[in-house]
Design a binder for this molecule. Structure first.
Ligand code: DQA
Length: 138
């Protein structure tokens, strides 16, 4: 399968950003492990801090890949436009969060994108991405 991972704002700083919450591994290092674990799948990766670029990537990948793994970062809690983009494409998406957003500030409890996703995985650290791939490829 062809899986597109999309990371939103501030996730380029994984490994350096609040390591007590998000861990000390960079996403690039984790991605190397993930690709080695799933040699049978094509795993593409895109990160942007800009909402429009994330929407453009969903439009592009959403018509040709088999599934999207999306950690929209803080846009999860604010973006009707990302919700609409996910609804506009045929590829199923899994919403992912590294932290358990439900144990954190109340503004993180609400997701505007969950209803446009096949499912949600949160709280398992970087392993949340692997669990999303398992779900998409099952
Ligand atoms: C996050 C949770 C969001 O609330 C936060 O804004 C992030 C990361 C997570 O992976 O736990 O940037 O999506």
């Amino acid at each position: 399968m062809n899986i597109q991972i999309i990371n939103g704002p501030n996730l380029n700083l994984l490994g350096r950003r609040e390591p007590g919450i998000y861990g000390s591994s960079s996403f690039e290092d984790y991605l190397t492990e993930l690709r080695a674990r799933y040699p049978q799948h094509q795993i593409d990766y895109f990160q942007s801090n800009s909402e429009g670029a994330l929407i453009d990537k969903i439009h592009e990948a959403g018509f040709c890949c088999d599934g999207i793994v999306l950690n929209a970062g803080a846009y999860t809690h604010t973006s009707v436009a990302l919700h609409d983009a996910l609804r506009a494409v045929p590829a199923p998406a899994v919403e992912v969060h590294i932290s358990n957003v439900h144990t954190r500030e109340e503004f993180r409890h609400k997701s505007l994108i969950s209803a446009a996703c096949r499912g949600v995985i949160c709280g398992f650290g970087l392993d949340s991405y692997r669990l999303a791939i398992e779900a998409l490829t099952a």
